[in-house]
Design a protein around this ligand. Structure first.
Ligand SMILES: NC(=O)c1ccc[n+]([C@@H]2O[C@H](COP(=O)([O-])OP(=O)(O)OC[C@H]3O[C@@H](n4cnc5c(N)ncnc54)[C@H](O)[C@@H]3O)[C@@H](O)[C@H]2O)c1
Length: 286
């Protein structure tokens, strides 16, 4: 380990169980020398296994529903007391679509569910940053990161209304990031992560097929939750002080691909072998 976060204090949202991306970020932040507070919605604290993580990382858990401004105010005040000062880094790792959970098609949503999903997954990021900004809780040169997915830019039909929520989330990162940068020298970025087998990820219809597709499409394969945690740590560290207002793709190269030979091979299976030009062995990999 590199002591990249030595002496830093952070708040980590969204560790439900050991598969959660936030879980890996918490473990890595602890290993890199940070003091952290963990938080999640009260219901998730009952259903998940966050207390194991708290024990492992020597941290306290403060419940907060990200749709409640009062919960967030309480969380930030308590975290500053527990950690003994202003906050250096915050991870927003929250996502939930009621339409996805209930199997409603994108073209036929229940708009009350749409509003709830947007409130939890997207508006919560604005609300969180507003509380941090109003309370002047972020230390100068601190870092705020939220997790997102490429369905904000491109069509992934079964990602449903989460695509729109992620587009909103990424826009909030830029708009609020401007004020955080200008007024407080704090940076705000989103990480656009590969499909990852977690509770939220696996809720998307056809997730296993999609995971395999993305893996075959990406020259480096899918980025794991631990890879994502390592990248997040770099954004919390002082090594990335001047990076802000960015949506950073962390996806093994998927976002810049058109098609890979591995995917093409599956479509060419039925063609006669004379039609297929010979390629050197090493080029047929991905
Ligand atoms: N898994 C993937 O394929 C993938 C890919 C790209 C981005 N992401 C994003 O990564 C983030 C973390 O998801 P994950 O994949 O680790 O799944 P996860 O299910 O482990 O984490 C989602 C978290 O959101 C929390 N949450 C839900 N409602 C909340 C509320 N009202 N208040 C506070 N917290 C609430 C849940 O309790 C849970 O801990 C999400 O933003 C997700 O969209 C996931």
């Amino acid at each position: 380990m590199y002591n990249l976060l030595k002496g830093k204090r952070g708040i980590i949202f969204g560790a439900l169980d050991s598969k959660s991306i936030a879980w890996k970020v918490a473990e890595r932040a602890h290993e890199e020398g940070a003091k952290i507070v963990l938080t999640n919605a009260p219901v998730a604290l009952r259903l998940g296994t966050i207390s194991e993580l708290a024990e492992k990382t020597g941290s306290k858990v403060i419940p907060a529903d990200a749709t409640s401004i009062m919960d967030l105010e309480h969380l930030v005040d308590e975290a500053m007391k527990l950690l003994g000062g202003k906050i250096d880094f915050v991870l927003h790792s929250i996502g939930m679509s009621v339409n996805v959970r209930r199997g409603n098609h994108y073209t036929h949503q229940d708009y009350n569910f749409t509003k709830t999903g947007w409130d939890v997954s997207a508006l919560s990021f604005h609300r969180l940053m507003s509380v941090l900004y109003q309370r002047d809780a972020m230390k100068e040169w601190g870092s705020i990161v939220a997790l997102t997915y490429m369905a904000a830019q491109r069509v992934f039909p079964d990602y449903n209304d989460m695509a729109d929520n992620k587009a909103y989330l990424e826009s909030v990162a830029r708009s609020f990031g401007y004020f955080f940068g200008r007024d407080k020298n704090v940076r705000v970025n989103t990480i656009s992560q590969s499909p990852t087998p977690t509770t939220a990820g696996s809720g998307v219809k056809g997730f296993d097929g999609f995971l395999a597709f993305a893996d075959k499409m990406s020259p480096l394969g899918n980025a794991t939750a631990l890879d994502c945690a390592n990248y997040t740590i770099s954004l919390f560290s002082d090594l990335t002080k001047m990076v802000t207002l960015q949506n950073l793709f962390h996806d093994g190269g998927f976002s810049n691909m058109g098609v890979s030979t591995a995917i093409m091979d599956e479509f060419m299976e039925n063609e006669s072998s004379e039609d297929i030009k010979e390629e050197p062995e090493n080029k047929l990999k991905k």
